[in-house]
Ligand binder design. Sequence first.
Ligand SMILES: Nc1ncnc2c1ncn2[C@@H]1O[C@H](COP(=O)(O)OP(=O)(O)OP(=O)(O)O)[C@@H](O)[C@H]1O
Length: 576
Amino acid sequence: MKRKGTQMDGQAAAQEGEGQVEESPSKKAKAAKKGRGAVSILTNRAFSDLPLSEPTLKALDEMGFKTMTEIQARTIPLLLEGRDVIGAAQTGSGKTLAFLVPAIEMMHFARCLPRNGTKVIVISPTRELAMQTHHVAKGLFNHHTQTLGLAVGGVPIGKEAQQLVKGVNLLVATPGRLLDHLKKTKNFMYKNLECLVIDEADRMLGLNFKDEMEEILKRLPMKRQTMLFSATQSTEVFEFAKLSFKKKAAENEAAQPKTVYIGVDDKKPKATVSGLQQYCCIVESEEKFLALYTFLKKQRSKKTIVFFSTRQAVKFYSELLRYINIECFHMEGTQKQSAQNSNLHGFIQAKSGILLCTDVAARGIDIPSVDWVVQYDAPREPEMYIHRVGRTARGEDGEGKALIFLLTQELTFLSYLKEAKVSVMTQKIDITKTLPLQILLEKIVGENYYLSQSAKSAYKSCIEAYNSHQNKSSFNVHKLDLKGVAKSFCFSSPPKVNVSLESRPSISGPESGAARHTVQRAYEPSDLNRTVHFLRAYQSRLHARGSLVHWILIRRLECRAARCAARHTRSEFLHI
Ligand SMILES: Nc1ncnc2c1ncn2[C@@H]1O[C@H](COP(=O)(O)OP(=O)(O)OP(=O)(O)O)[C@@H](O)[C@H]1O
């Protein structure tokens, strides 16, 4: 091993311009930390100041909600008027109530009955998030007579269909299952739909769900109120809003009030909440698991979520930790519904503990009192970083810490984070005492057929995930130290696996200087269209060349163009 302690190197420290934070902070650092407390997300506006129905006010009171958070105070009054709203606010800022309260009020004042069918649909990207939203809605429905339903993958579709036919006024659903019902459930009455909520809108309207969402939207009535909420917004959200709301206006001759965009934190210098402290630990591949092990041992009295890039890695590391007597929960997308529920609820109820998971738990999941969010594998993009760390420091006065492991070659990711208004400090993890464990781990995995198969599949999936990373400048599979990676999966030498990698990009090219010059020129025209046009033309040419410098330039240009486009489209909505 090259080093005995994982640490930030000089270049990165200079890049971040932040002090180095050791695990046992000095008095000074402790004092500084104390002063860095969370700013309350609550406003002084009470729910009772709003014209809400008695049953809703009673339920809110019973659930312990008295005053509103900023996103609630700014969106609920407009939504009660029936306006279309795009809402953006940091993770854990109370967006769920911001859309549920007005939706429930609409149904209450319309005196909806089961036979009126589905009046509100809330679409969530994952079943866990849908179940959580359903749970909050259940609390709010406590004194209402309207009906509530849930439609998610992984449970028998027949029972859901029966319920839908009986009449579900508010339906919380994942897109795949919703589409199944829209296509196949006879007598599912959704023609009276009055309100559509798309939670995590940037994800739902992005590439992954594009086809499903298009089909869903084609089938739903156009004349409705639409609410789009997320912690991070994208151009797709604004494009969707423009398209969908324009059609609605065209159908209805009467002038439509303009859609309102409310970005609670747009002017804030940071994309993450004030109660969150963020750290980065620079590791070598071979010492990555030892660093995690050391960290988890030291923080064993805390509640920690660890994110991995693949489900195979989640499975292997949870099996390994349990094998060496470190209890943990684990969650990944292919788990059975019952196993996922018991893992999630076990962790929710635990005072301390470890949850290993994929990004299935990255968005929206509200777990109380999480102390640490660790990103063992870096996220695919800064937006995902923001959602992952948002699992801690949530709600009123929420405080928490986040730690990301980065390999030396991945340090450029910090500049992408910086562009996304995220800055991290450095954290050292001293693995000196843990080093001898490596040999033991290799022995355990080597002698246990089941563990070694699991490790092999995790190792393969890790390389494949790395290979498919879009950000090649920070995550270049050809720069991976495979021997080191194998060590982190407890192999003494890399196992034989079948992985087809992209062809090796050249490190630099004779024209890289010229390309840089031309790309930089593209920043000059203030005309957005020209910049984007320029980007597209050069992107295809530069992709073919594939040098590292090109990748960086393309990525930077893309970021700028995206930000520019988002600003441009955002400006077409009414800002309040
Ligand atoms: N008005 C309020 N008063 C006190 N606590 C609140 C209030 N509104 C929401 N909360 C609490 O704040 C936490 C976060 O709320 P919620 O899950 O709605 O956040 P979110 O903005 O949807 O987060 P994410 O972007 O991660 O999905 C929850 O535990 C919730 O109970």
